[in-house]
Design a protein around this ligand. Structure first.
Ligand code: PMV
Length: 347
């Protein structure tokens, strides 16, 4: 079982001619979860000689090519010297492809569960490298709390992995209000977006240095629990990434009018308070993540509900990263899920 993360300083754009999913800048995120969290991915994996190819069922549907999943399985099979193909059954508790990092959650959880199913005992650092090969931002979801993905320099990617910079217990008041205004699948995939921005945006050239210098300030804000500074850095980084997207050619726009209304609500409440009490940030989709603290949660929710047409607001704190559901329950899951997903399979 694992969960998505929300990037405070974003990864956008890959290095060319290097191993898979190597970024142009380091990035920082908060892994979502915490007690009673409604935002998670549950994955079961069975390796079997009876399977002719890797088979994936995501959210109850067969999926021929879930992003990066085959690459993760290939890499793990090589490490374990195994040949068996896998049946993967995975459920997300939240909408896919709508900017809630389902690929990060899916890849990190798959790397964790499949490595254990193959008997590999990988350190979190090595898991981070394997998960990164599925989806870049997944490198961060193998740790809990606040996590930095160090970009690294090597072409083979062996120095590009995540490290935890603060445990979930360091700043327990932090909360992410995930404001779902659309569940539609995005028109431009993140892979296409990464590439188009690097290839065509002049603005993008300034982004890696901007992101790197803000990471240092963000680490300081986290250490001191300085929300005002943290919030400014989060909002400016989101703006910066979306500006490079819009500067791409043809332009990419993930934000909608409703996203802009949420930006306005946050800007107005911060101005009214004379300090930042909330921050908005958007990944590759229109749904805002509004970061605030327990103290202001009710006020922010009230304002959002008043001004925005919502489908749903999902609350999440910092979580602890992938974990087993328990030997007994994962066995029950695998046995129950396999025949449902693939009626002709018997184990
Ligand atoms: O991991 P990918 O390739 O899906 O890229 C996701 C990038 C963003 O979510 C937009 C930002 C980030 O750092 O998570």
């Amino acid at each position: 079982m694992g969960s998505p993360n929300i990037a405070f300083i974003k990864y956008w754009g890959m290095r060319k001619g290097h191993a898979r999913n190597l970024p142009n800048n380091s990035s920082v995120s908060m892994t979502l979860g915490g007690k009673g969290s409604r935002i998670f991915t549950v994955t079961s994996v069975i390796f079997s000689e009876k399977l002719k190819k890797d088979t994936f069922y995501i959210d109850g549907r067969k999926d021929e090519h879930p992003k990066g999943a085959s690459e993760i399985l290939e890499r793990l099979r090589k490490m374990a010297d195994a040949k068996e193909k896998a049946l993967v059954v995975s459920y997300n508790s939240f909408p896919k492809s709508a900017g809630i990092a389902s690929s990060a959650s899916g890849s990190a959880t798959l790397a964790f569960v499949a490595s254990r199913a193959l008997g590999l005992k990988l350190s979190r650092k090595r898991l981070s490298i394997v998960a990164r090969e599925g989806s870049g931002s997944a490198a961060r979801s193998v740790f809990g709390g606040i996590v930095k993905w160090r970009m690294g320099k090597l072409k083979n990617g062996s120095d590009s992995y995540a490290v935890q910079i603060a445990k979930p217990s360091h700043w327990p008041e932090l909360i992410d209000l995930i404001c779902v205004v659309s569940k539609l699948k995005k028109k431009v995939s993140t892979n296409e977006g990464h590439e188009r921005t690097v290839n065509t945006s002049a603005l993008y050239r300034a982004r890696p240095a901007f992101a790197e210098s803000n990471i240092k300030r963000l680490a300081y804000a986290v250490k001191r629990k300085d929300f005002h500074l943290l919030a400014e850095l989060i909002m400016r980084d989101s703006n910066s990434m979306h500006a490079t997207m819009f500067d791409s050619w043809p332009p990419i726009r993930y934000l909608t009018d409703e996203s802009w209304n949420m930006i306005q609500v946050v800007q107005d409440v911060n101005r009214h308070h004379g300090e930042n009490i909330a921050a908005y940030t958007f990944d590759a989709g229109p749904n805002a993540h509004i970061i605030t603290t327990d103290k202001y949660k009710s006020l922010i929710k009230k304002l959002l509900v008043k001004h925005i047409k919502f489908l749903e607001i999902i609350e999440s704190k910092a979580g602890g990263g992938p974990r087993p559901l328990g030997e007994r329950s994962s066995l029950i899951n695998a046995e129950r899920l396999a025949p449902i997903a693939h009626p002709r399979l018997r184990f």
